[in-house]
Design a protein around this ligand. Structure first.
Ligand code: HEM
Length: 532
């Protein structure tokens, strides 16, 4: 072999090839390669001037340990780094984390600035052909533009009767529970309500969860278990790719929790194919209500973007993004209302003054309740302390070199291509912006109305939450309805809700795992319905 190599001129004759291939030599080469990498990352990388822990700057395994092995704990390590090193820290060899409200709009900027998502997030989203998982700025813009009209303020306002419908379903479940004296899981009710709303809006499917006795609990359980594997996809992107390549039958056996999603994607594909068929026949009034997918199919998107498989994945994003998000913030706010009589009674008085007719308070109008200052402050405080999407949000500016200047006047260059991130939880805990940050105190938004502009819960810029208006409408109407409907109290008239087996640990964010951020083992916020 070596002589052949020599003849071919691949290898100098004086070094025996077999000797070089000895494992010790290979090991030395590997160690040398990694040593060079470490030296480069620490001293020569364009990010070497950013403060932070040396180990985090040396290897992504540091982040992986906290994220994957310790289950979404890197957020607290990042918090410690900020306490030690200041508002900008290097958290992996390629990623810089900034904890400063003043820099939000530079990283998460809008029109005129190209912004892509970071690799870790794209890995976690499994490279699906959906707007949320699109790296390219231009393709994301086209995909988002096709969805955006359905989430405009004007179109979301039209959904008010649908929100009232789910509200009446919530009342029915609560009334039934009152008769039996059983506790009600409000977190489940909120999930069912938000899921039915977005599923009906997207597909015209009516009530999926409320029509079932178990409120579709197995689907939510499967969703919960899927989200728990988020960091597996982030740090081992090949895993998702392998799963995608396997036949559906095999996946169902290997990963049983995925069955619910495969079935959901298949049902969505069938539904989209049906809409396509009726549109091909020129039947635009087949009795079906016009839904998001009717609109997408008759939009100006190219045909490749209208493939049923792609649209079915877009549907699954809408269903996931539109369900656990608003539902978890609603649960947390419900806990604080029921555990803090002062806040609940202030809200009740505000509602009674604004809507004197008791029956009208059961199904309030959005136009009326969105104007209420105290209700708005309660919702803002809920969004601040319990940002439903708790993951650190990453952006890359592919064409712009940015500069971050700290409050003490030190400037840090962030060359194009750097992954930059911020986390809504860490921003919302900054005591200089929100004194006593851990306390649920809606009044802070009344004392300082400009505080609302600091919010980062829905992200910002060209990739911010598309469903924000829908989320607000759900939260305003459901909270106002419940407080208006269950307005009684001990020693008085009417009915009221009382916490059952629930404490703050059932709403507290203890990890950064996208939407699954509450302690393991919590079943959510439960209540008893009391009164005459
Ligand atoms: C309290 C409720 C909600 C919160 C806190 C929230 C938060 C967020 C955040 C932070 C993002 C950006 C993610 C990123 O940059 O990686 C996002 C994106 C998104 N959200 Fe929401 N969301 C909420 C409710 C909803 C609802 C009700 C919908 C309705 C379907 C929705 C649909 C979406 C979509 C489609 C995107 C992707 C936008 C894009 O990539 O252009 N969200 N959301």
């Amino acid at each position: 072999m070596s002589s052949e190599m020599e003849i071919l001129g691949f290898w100098p004759a004086q070094i025996p090839y077999q000797q070089l291939l000895r494992w010790t030599n290979v090991a030395v080469l590997v160690v040398f390669y990694y040593a060079c990498k470490v030296v480069y990352r620490l001293y020569f990388s364009p990010l070497s001037h950013i403060p932070g822990r040396k180990l985090a700057a040396t290897t992504s395994l540091y982040a992986c340990y906290y994220d994957l092995v310790r289950g979404g704990q890197y957020i607290w390590e990042i918090e410690k780094m900020h306490q030690k090193y200041g508002p900008i820290v290097r958290i992996t060899p390629h990623e810089v984390h900034v904890n400063d409200h003043a820099f939000i709009d530079t990283i998460f900027s809008g029109p005129g600035h190209q912004r892509e998502k970071g690799q870790l997030t794209l890995n976690g989203l499994g490279f699906s052909p959906t707007a949320i998982a699109t790296r390219s700025h231009t393709l994301h813009k086209a995909r988002r533009a096709a969805l955006a009209p359905f989430f405009s303020t004007k179109n979301i306002r039209r959904l008010e009767p649908m929100v009232h419908e789910v509200l009446s379903q919530i009342y029915q479940r609560l009334e039934r529970a009152k008769k039996t004296g059983e506790p009600v899981n409000m977190s489940m009710l909120y999930r069912a309500a938000t899921h039915d709303l977005i599923a009906d809006y997207a597909f015209g499917q009516g009530s999926i969860c409320f029509s079932r006795e178990d409120l579709n609990q197995p689907y939510f359980q499967a969703h919960h278990e899927m989200v728990l594997t988020w960091y597996v996809g982030c740090y081992m992107p090949w895993f998702g790719w392998v799963v995608r390549c396997l036949p559906v039958g095999v996946v169902k056996v290997l990963v049983p929790t995925v069955v619910q999603f495969i079935d959901m994607i298949q049902a969505a594909t069938e539904r989209i194919n049906k809409i396509k068929q009726s549109q091909r026949k020129g039947d635009y009034s087949s009795g079906d209500r016009q839904t998001i997918f009717h609109g997408l199919l008759s939009s100006s998107l190219p045909d490749s973007e209208k493939a049923s498989a792609r649209l079915a994945e877009e549907a699954s994003v809408l269903l996931s993004a539109g369900t656990d998000s608003s539902a978890s913030t609603l649960s947390a706010i419900t806990y604080h209302l029921l555990s803090t009589p002062r806040i609940l009674s202030t809200l009740k008085s505000e509602l009674e003054t604004a809507i004197p007719d008791k029956n009208a308070r059961h199904f309030p109008s959005f136009g009326k309740v969105e104007q209420l200052p105290y209700l708005s402050a309660v919702i803002q405080e809920g969004l601040r302390l319990y940002p439903a999407v708790a993951g650190r949000q990453q952006r890359v500016a592919p064409l712009e070199d940015l500069v971050y200047t700290s409050p003490t006047g030190v400037s840090y260059a962030l060359p194009r291509g750097t992954t930059m991130s911020m986390n809504p939880i860490l921003l919302s805990r900054k005591a200089d912006v929100y004194p006593d940050p851990g306390v649920f105190r809606p009044e802070r938004f009344l004392e300082n109305p400009r505080l609302r502009d600091k919010g980062f819960t829905f992200s910002r810029g060209s990739r911010m939450c598309l469903g924000m208006q829908l989320a607000y409408q759900e939260m305003y109407l459901i909270l106002a309805g419940l407080v208006g409907r269950f307005d009684g109290g001990e020693g008085g008239e009417g009915e009221w809700l009382e916490l059952f087996g629930t404490d703050r640990s059932d709403v507290e964010i203890v990890r950064d795992l996208v939407t699954e951020n509450i302690r393991d083992g919590s079943v959510g916020v439960r209540v008893l319905v009391k009164g005459d």
